[in-house]
Design a protein around this ligand. Structure first.
Ligand code: PMP
Length: 386
């Protein structure tokens, strides 16, 4: 099998599995004061240090959650406090191509949500963002802006420094969904100057069902979504999923972002060139702007993505149409729609996403599968660029 769907989820890294097996070996409530409990606490805190190192955050500013969906929904709330004083966000601004868990706007009244448009390349339109966000500040409000570091469907990377400047000028809060960026491009909460970040374990070779809220400031907190016990510094109640957190920590320790990015970029660029060679009119989305090293979002006019996906699957390759989170739905991608991609082209959009298991052999075999498929599906126009 050829697995080219790392943006949906990544195969578990052996080190993560080993760490999980160890953690599952004993009774482990990280809040217990006995030896077993202290051992569990040690695993959780070690993972917290690994995540702090990977994001440039302070250890005390990390809150483990059940994943990035929970992290996003928790922090997208008007109920934000600074130094213990409530300083509520009055309006939420979200990028048009955000993940569904951000577009759902957390605990905001839908009437207090504004969508920030993107350009044809999928990049936030900065002048529009500036006008909208500044407007809220001028009306006496406090904007909360949520923009992803990199898109899960296209890999398009957002210009966070520029966006952060807009938010700072407006006296607002900035949240960054860094799920697809972590492990693939440098992630730094300080360099991005953002207040809050969300990350997920299963996109970096860790287990599913664990993620985190990472705060860039000691003094700023969103009101907890899940209340009860005092776990995670009273910011997320519920007994910690120690094995999953330990697996996440081990996966973080395996990351070698620069080396991996160089290796994956070479494989991706080779494959992308092959796709365009196999069918000249292949459209690659986000090709002219900064993108993740691992993602190819592309389409062939007249092709139906679901048909192509099933054909690839039967031939031994796991790929995705649109985003995996919306698979099962026949509707076309909101990301491509926001970029103004014509519906008939968007219907043929496939996503290939590489990762830590990807090899030269994988991309070469996929290119062969694709060549055969295009020859069958588009016999009239198949072949080299006309
Ligand atoms: N944000 C983005 C950009 C994602 O790609 C995903 C996963 N599809 C999520 C959030 C949700 O993460 P999780 O699966 O951990 O809930």
């Amino acid at each position: 099998r050829i697995y080219l769907d790392h943006n949906a989820t990544t195969p578990l890294r052996p080190a993560a599995r080993d760490a999980m097996v160890v953690a599952l070996g004993g009774p482990a409530n990280a809040s217990s004061v006995h030896g077993e409990g202290r051992a569990a606490r040690g695993l959780v805190e070690s993972a917290r240090r690994s995540l702090a190192a990977a994001t440039g955050a302070k250890v005390k500013n990390i809150v483990f959650t059940s994943g990035a969906t929970e992290a996003n929904v928790t922090v997208l709330t008007p109920n934000i406090s600074v130094s213990g004083q409530l300083r509520p966000a009055t309006r939420l601004f979200v990028g048009a191509t955000e993940h569904a868990s951000v577009l759902s706007a957390g605990r905001f009244d839908p009437r207090r949500v504004t969508i920030l448009p993107v350009t044809g390349d999928g990049v936030i339109d900065k002048s529009q963002a500036e006008r909208l966000v500044r407007g809220e500040a001028e009306a006496g409000g406090v904007p909360l802006v949520s923009v992803m570091a990199a898109n899960n469907e296209t890999g398009v990377v957002q210009p966070l420094a520029g966006i952060s400047r807009i938010v700072r000028d407006a006296g607002g809060y900035l949240h960054v969904d860094a799920v697809q960026a972590l492990g693939r491009i440098p992630v730094s909460i300080g360099a991005w100057d953002c207040d809050i970040m969300s990350v997920s374990s299963h996109k970096i070779g860790g287990p599913q069902g664990v993620g985190a809220i990472v705060y860039g400031r000691d003094d700023l907190r969103a009101a907890p979504l899940i209340t009860g016990g005092g776990q995670e510094g009273r910011h997320r109640a519920g007994t910690e999923n120690v094995a999953a957190i330990a697996g996440f920590g081990a996966a973080l320790e395996e990351l070698a972002v620069a080396e991996e990015a160089a290796r994956i970029t070479a494989l991706r660029d080779w494959l992308e060139a092959e796709l365009r060679h196999i069918y000249g009119d292949t459209v690659v989305f986000g090709r002219d702007v900064p993108r993740l090293p691992n993602t190819i979002s592309f389409a062939v006019a007249g092709m139906v993505a679901e048909t192509a996906l099933i054909a690839c699957d039967l031939a031994g390759a796991a790929v995705s149409s649109g985003s995996a989170c919306s698979s099962g739905k026949v509707s076309s991608s909101h990301v491509l729609e926001a970029m103004g991609v014509p519906v008939d082209l968007a219907r043929g959009a496939l996503r290939l996403s590489l990762g830590w298991t990807s090899t030269r052999e994988d991309v070469e075999r996929f290119a062969e599968i694709w060549r055969g498929l295009v020859n069958r599906m588009k016999p009239a126009k198949a072949g080299k660029a006309a």
